[in-house]
Design a protein around this ligand. Structure first.
Ligand SMILES: NC(=O)c1ccc[n+]([C@@H]2O[C@H](COP(=O)([O-])OP(=O)(O)OC[C@H]3O[C@@H](n4cnc5c(N)ncnc54)[C@H](OP(=O)(O)O)[C@@H]3O)[C@@H](O)[C@H]2O)c1
Length: 440
């Protein structure tokens, strides 16, 4: 049998311990597949004495992950510490500079420094594999890097955050409010104590920035992404979406347009019969559109120790076999700065929920403001609840009336201008709810 691939494993948390478990339990099958065994030679974490469900005595302990990265006794570094800064960054740089391949699950590091790290890996002719950094157990990185012709890709979009999809699914299926679902997700361990990174769309944005680079050959740039979260979504929106043939998902979308690459994260209405609309709970999904191909959708577990570890082990198996491709599927030197399409130029259909003041002329004013921006309506739903206890002389409540508008394709700029004018006219109360519609 050939020499084993000796792994230095930095980070022994949820994913790190699952990687040890998978390597130990799948040892024989893996070495048969790769032609050589994969062995953990040394490990590193913050605390040596922490109780973990693995037997640490089997592995050499190196307290500094950066020292582990440069250790001559290891062939490959697996970085599972997390975070865009040190020690994860310095450990990865140290390994690459010492011509050791790296496997990482660290989306924050790749979103911030992906292009520079890819240059470093290519300079030293070693692999930088990061399948686990996006959508956990779904092999989307490999699919984009090796399985599809990058030049023909037109759009990539997906459900990249299990916490948000869990909350939206639970709200819809069990008619619960956002806050109740969030508390439940925290109790079940699906959401962090501080959930803002997930629910405000930043986690999805980091992952989308990596996917967009793989899909379009642009340098990773998380700052080029427009991000909106799900906290404003109400049951009224989910009900209306259902009646109109849609479901609401937090999507990350990257699309080639004439104005450049549009990258956006926001609650999105997707047709109820689309593949992505069927994905419920913590599951993730990614759809890729390419010229000359029907859309391809990959669905699977987006997080969790075992799912993520399986992606890490698959990256390690490639290294054991001697497979190396440029980290972003094309030479890093050929990756271009992103030409960012401004959000105002986004074009598509919109769902708009307004509370129209219950007085003569409100509807006409709203219609006029939309027409001034050349916005045409596909449908209008007006919900006028007649509540006898508060009804006035004309049998009306005097309360604002929910009005739901679905537009034909228009621009973000037109919608923003029309709604700003409607607010200035004081014919609505509160802020309008706007949800973009993504067609399949
Ligand atoms: N969990 C998931 O489902 C998931 C899914 C996809 C991707 N990822 C990514 O995988 C990576 C690891 O995630 P995780 O959930 O396994 O994290 P975790 O459970 O918090 O584990 C982090 C590990 O890093 C170690 N560590 C932290 N700071 C350190 C330092 N300064 N020096 C040395 N070791 C340090 C910790 O040591 P101690 O144990 O001693 O504290 C711990 O073992 C992250 O990049 C994350 O984004 C995770």
């Amino acid at each position: 049998m050939a020499e084993p691939l000796k792994v230095g494993l930095a980070g022994l948390g949820t994913v790190g311990t699952a990687v040890i478990h998978l390597l130990e339990h799948g040892r024989d099958k893996l070495s048969a597949r790769c032609g050589r065994p994969i062995e953990v030679a040394a490990v590193s974490a913050r605390s040596r004495n922490k109780k973990r469900n693995i037997d640490l005595k089997k592995f050499r302990w190196v307290s500094d992950p950066v020292a582990l990265a440069g250790d001559p006794a290891i062939d490959v570094l697996v970085e599972l510490i997390g975070g865009a800064g040190d020690p994860a960054k310095r450990a990865v740089e140290t390994a690459l500079a010492a011509a050791k391949p790296v496997v990482t699950a660290n989306k924050a590091l790749l979103a911030r420094h992906g292009h520079r790290l890819a240059i470093l890996a290519e300079r030293h002719r070693v692999a930088l594999n990061f399948e686990a950094s996006v959508a956990g157990g779904i092999p989307i990185v490999k699919t984009l890097r090796e399985g599809l012709d990058g030049d023909s890709l037109t759009r990539i979009y997906g459900i990249l955050n299990g916490t948000c999809n869990y909350i939206l699914s639970r709200m819809e299926q069990d008619r619960l409010a956002f806050d109740d679902c969030l508390r439940e997700a925290q109790r079940l361990g699906y959401a962090e104590a501080d959930p803002s990174f997930d629910v405000e769309g930043h986690d999805t944005a980091q992952k989308l920035s990596i996917l967009a680079s793989l899909a379009f050959g642009t340098k990773v740039d998380p700052d080029a992404i427009y991000a909106e979260g799900i906290a404003s979504i109400t049951l009224a929106d989910l009900d209306a979406a259902g009646e109109l043939g849609y479901r609401v998902k937090l999507l990350g979308v990257a699309v080639r347009t004439e104005a450049g690459i549009e990258q956006r994260v926001h609650p999105t209405m997707v047709p109820k019969d689309s593949a992505i609309a069927q994905v419920m709970g913590v599951t993730n999904a990614v759809t890729v559109d390419a010229d000359g191909l029907s859309p391809i959708t990959l669905v699977g577990p987006g997080a969790g120790g075992m799912a993520t570890a399986s992606a890490v082990v698959s990256d390690l198996a490639d290294i054991a076999r001697g497979v190396r491709t440029p980290p972003f599927g094309r030479p890093a030197a050929r990756m271009t700065a992103i030409r960012k399409a401004p959000m105002q130029r986004h074009e598509g259909g919109y769902y708009i929920r307004l509370l129209a003041r219950d007085r003569p002329g409100s509807a006409a004013t709203i219609a006029r403001r939309l027409a001034q921006q050349q916005i045409s309506l596909e449908s209008i739903v007006q919900r006028h609840e007649i509540r006898p206890q508060v009804a006035g002389r004309r049998g009306r409540s005097g309360q604002p009336v929910p009005v739901i508008l679905i537009t034909y394709a228009t621009s973000e700029d037109a919608v923003r201008k029309a709604l700003a004018a409607v607010r200035r006219d004081r014919v609505i109360s509160g802020r309008p709810q706007v949800i973009r519609i993504e067609k399949n």
